[in-house]
Design a binder for this molecule. Structure first.
Ligand code: ADP
Length: 452
């Protein structure tokens, strides 16, 4: 399997190579035709100019003349006579594999101009031209062979250097590109072993790698938070189980002692009964939360006569508020909404149950409603002990109980409002609380009249 680094390097080399090939193809298709014609014309003109210059100057020493011309033109000259032998002028190191046959020489000597492409040249735009030159009335074939220019090699050379240097640099650069991915892999491996504190180094990069690092760190934080919550949940559950179990165990051993009178026996039995009730409520609530969490509670909306449902909940709790002589003031018009009847009933029982629990004897609890065409707001107001402002944000958390000496004697497991919030959110509703310690609290549930 290719590593990411190797892929980056190979991709670079592949892209540069393909680009070079395509560039050459386009270049030769687009430019070599016109350039070739241009060189042909230029070659023919230059060789004609040599002939004209020779005729005009009629030099004594044609050797010196031709050597001089070859140097000025940066070309190599050959002078053929009629039998095919030749003399050369210009740079003696220049190797050419030019060979002319008798017919070609004869045609030049006959006055025809010759244009020929030399094999082995890097560019076929280099044209060899031939022209007749009369020296001391003797006809010769003068061949002008241009010396290949270095520029032809420049472009491929530059591209080759780019490829080599680029590949080398990329080899180093790819380390920096790949490093975050390796770090991410190492961090994910750590996390899979249970280390949720692992984080990627802070980066200011704004590219995809930066976004990836930040997203990973965000995910790690979220997982760590969830893990802490899970641990807290387990310890809260054990704590809630522990106190009733300890009480039940203590009173059960008390019952076994023979010296207990009737009154103590009754008291022990009553406490064991209350504690088992508490355990049963806790398990009901945990089960309810687990069901809600698992999404196994589809709303399946039914029309609900809400005013009747609330009145039924108030009646159901009558033994509790009656024993405290509370006044229940229920002012509700006839209201129908859509929702899950069993779940909403749980909401009213929890909120009314709290209002009753946290209101002193002879207090008042009122249930009112506010309507608009789309929403309905049910408010349950008590004039009980109230909630301190710093606890208001937390009362909907699981197992959160306001640690207040005033309500230490009041039973509760801190799950009631968490369940309420869960159900209200499932109904796309919202929940609000206003409270003043010592004055009372109002819990308001806003629901859509038609479930959407
Ligand atoms: P609990 O079972 O302890 O009542 P809840 O989740 O229903 O648990 O409530 C969380 C905390 O919010 C309670 O412990 C209590 O301190 C506070 N609370 C809830 N309702 C009221 C209320 N009507 N008046 C005063 N305090 C309340």
């Amino acid at each position: 399997m290719l590593t990411l680094r190797a892929r980056i390097i190979f991709t670079f080399i592949g892209v540069v190579t393909i680009s070079v090939v395509i560039a050459f193809i386009i270049y030769s298709l687009a430019f070599s035709g016109p350039t070739m014609r241009h060189y042909q014309e230029e070659g023919l003109e230059s060789s004609a100019a040599i002939v004209d210059l020779y005729a005009a100057t009629n030099p004594e020493d044609e050797e010196a003349f031709l050597n001089g011309v070859a140097q000025i033109m940066q070309a190599h000259l050959r002078l053929y006579d009629a039998d095919g032998s030749f003399r050369e002028y210009g740079d003696p190191d220049t190797q050419t594999n030019l060979s002319l046959n008798k017919e070609e020489i004869a045609s030049i000597l006959g006055g025809q101009q010759l244009v020929k492409t030399l094999e082995g040249y890097s560019c076929d735009c280099e044209q060899v031209t031939g022209i007749r030159l009369d020296i001391h009335d003797q006809p010769y074939a003068l061949i002008v062979i241009p010396i290949p220019q270095r520029e032809y090699y420049t472009v491929p050379m530059i591209l080759g250097i780019v490829l080599a240097v680029g590949s080398g640099l990329l080899l180093f650069a790819s380390r920096y590109l790949v490093r975050p991915v390796l770090q991410l892999t190492a961090a994910a491996r750590q996390m899979s072993k249970g280390n949720l504190q692992v984080r990627l180094p802070d980066t200011r990069r704004r590219d995809e790698i930066g976004v990836m690092s930040r997203t990973f760190n965000g995910m790690a934080e979220q997982l760590e938070r969830l893990d802490v919550m899970r641990q807290q949940f387990v310890s809260n559950v054990s704590h809630e189980l522990q106190s009733p179990l300890t009480a039940m165990k203590g009173f059960a051993s008390m019952l076994r002692s023979a010296s207990l009178d009737k009154q103590d026996t009754d008291r022990a039995l009553r406490i064991i009964h209350e504690e088992s009730d508490r355990l049963s409520r806790l398990s009901d609530n945990l089960l309810m939360l687990a069901t809600l969490d698992a999404g196994r509670c589809p709303i399946d909306p039914d029309p609900i006569q809400l005013d009747e449902q609330l009145r039924r909940a108030v009646l159901m709790l009558e033994p509790l508020w009656d024993s405290k002589r509370l006044i229940m003031d229920v002012q509700l018009p006839s209201i129908t909404i859509e929702g899950n009847s069993a779940l909403l009933e749980q909401v009213w029982i929890n909120l009314l149950g709290n209002a009753i629990k946290y209101t002193a004897e002879d207090g008042t609890i009122s249930v009112t409603c506010d309507l608009d065409p789309k929403h309905i707001a049910i408010s349950i107001t008590d004039n009980g002990i109230g909630i301190p402002p710093d606890a208001l944000d937390r009362i909907f958390e699981r197992f959160y109980k306001v640690d207040d000496s005033r309500n230490r004697s009041i039973e509760g497991n801190g799950l009631g409002l968490a369940i309420v919030r869960h159900i209200v959110l499932l109904h796309n509703g919202s929940l609000k609380v206003e409270s003043t310690p010592g004055v009372g609290s109002t819990f308001t549930v806003v629901l859509e009249r038609t479930y959407s």
